[in-house]
Design a protein around this ligand. Structure first.
Ligand SMILES: Cc1cc2nc3c(=O)[nH]c(=O)nc-3n(C[C@H](O)[C@H](O)[C@H](O)COP(=O)(O)OP(=O)(O)OC[C@H]3O[C@@H](n4cnc5c(N)ncnc54)[C@H](O)[C@@H]3O)c2cc1C
Length: 354
């Protein structure tokens, strides 16, 4: 995973893709005593896995605010293994790179189901000895895959370009990406053109794992993201948001991404990245290459290869469980901001969420 970040950066450079890359690492602020406790526990856990200071380290208040000046910061964790990137530029550049090598990409052809040796579309079957399912948040719309991955939405906003004086107050001089140690995930980056792009979970899950273009936009979630951003950086009060969008992530029941190939059927799969797929897809792609070409390599021996996540529950239990989980995480953050202690709600719900 760590090497894959460098691999993506290297390939973008080699293919002449201007993906606005900056490898500044990522900082996760602790903005309450409860968050600070989780930050320290995360570092202690990393040490048990032989991850040293160069991989993940604890920053005290002064060290943290030298990187990023979020409100109420008491400390942070920092890892260098992360890069800021413009993912649409990356994916378009990669598509052009494979087309230059003679690959044909067919877009706007919906596959209804896949089976050994074929992908079934409205206009006919496409035949191939190996069929790779890499449909992530859309997987449930394939016949027979309704319970494999659930689509959970992540929504995101981008501010207008900010002046140097504002960046001096915020930080992120090396375009470090950032988050904090709250329960409901938020994340942000400084773009190459000096905007602040800030996203988070919290949009509802839709019954039957439904996906609709209109679900990419939820004004209430956008407003909450803006309020959270201004709470983090009060200097941004009144800043204009120029873009807002979103998309579905693919979540497996046990939160474990996987990649594999069933040699008997020729059916392969990759996905379940839980919102961390920009570099993980690269690792999955290289691993699939080795699996399809029947090579035994260090990639094909990684523990996620061949892993099968259990199916999600049937509806409406799935709808109820996921939305209760999302609400519980919001409630847990609110509880911690009042009690300043680790949330009891989060402790009660986390075993159910896996
Ligand atoms: C707002 C937001 C912010 C994110 N931030 C980050 C981040 O900071 N870092 C990070 O690592 N990841 C992030 N992610 C997640 C990341 O975008 C995904 O993990 C990644 O795109 C997964 O790649 P993929 O190729 O597996 O799936 P996708 O990019 O979802 O591609 C799946 C493709 O399959 C096609 N498809 C689906 N069903 C069918 C069908 N039936 N027939 C034909 N084609 C089909 C789709 O059209 C799509 O092109 C974010 C996602 C969102 C929405």
């Amino acid at each position: 995973m760590r090497e894959t970040v460098d691999e993506v950066v290297k390939v973008a450079a080699a293919e002449g893709i201007d993906a606005h890359v900056a490898k500044g690492g990522t900082i996760a602020l602790a903005r309450s005593r409860a968050q600070w406790r989780r930050a320290r526990a995360e570092v202690a856990e990393a040490r048990r896995w032989d991850r040293d200071e160069d991989d993940l380290r604890l920053l005290d208040r002064a060290e943290a605010t030298a990187v990023l000046r979020g409100s109420r910061t008491v400390g942070a964790t920092y890892t260098p293994d992360c890069a800021a990137i413009h993912p649409a530029r990356l994916v378009r550049g990669l598509a052009e790179a494979v087309e230059r090598r003679g690959v044909t990409i067919h877009e706007r052809t919906r596959v209804r189901s896949i089976g050994p040796g074929r992908a079934h579309t409205a206009d006919g079957d496409v035949r191939a000895s190996t069929v790779v399912r890499a449909t992530e948040g859309y997987t449930a719309s394939l016949r027979g895959e309704e319970r494999t991955l659930v689509p959970v939405y992540s929504l995101i906003i981008a501010t207008e370009p900010l002046p140097p004086s504002t960046w001096e107050e915020i930080g992120l001089a090396r375009r470090e990406t950032f988050t904090d140690h709250r329960h409901l995930i938020v994340y942000g980056q400084r773009t190459a053109d000096d905007r602040l792009v800030f996203g988070g979970r919290g949009a509802p899950y839709h019954l039957g794992s439904r996906i609709r273009p209109e679900y990419d936009r939820d004004e209430a979630v956008f407003a909450r993201l803006y309020a959270t951003l201004v709470d983090l950086f009060p200097v941004l009060a009144g800043t204009r948001v120029t873009h807002a969008w979103g998309g579905a992530l693919g979540i497996p029941r046990d939160w474990c991404a996987s990649v594999g190939l069933d040699r008997d059927t020729g059916l392969a799969w990759a996905g379940g990245y839980v919102g961390d797929g920009v570099s993980t897809t690269n690792l999955a792609g290289r691993t699939l290459r080795d699996l399809v070409l029947d090579r035994d390599t260090e990639l094909t021996r990684l523990p996620w290869v061949g892993h099968r996540s259990p199916d999600w529950e049937r509806e409406p239990l799935r709808w109820l469980g996921i939305n209760v989980g999302l609400r519980a995480m919001t409630l847990a953050d609110a509880e911690e901001s009042v009690t300043r202690l680790p949330s009891l709600v989060a402790r009660a719900v986390s075993p159910l969420l896996g």
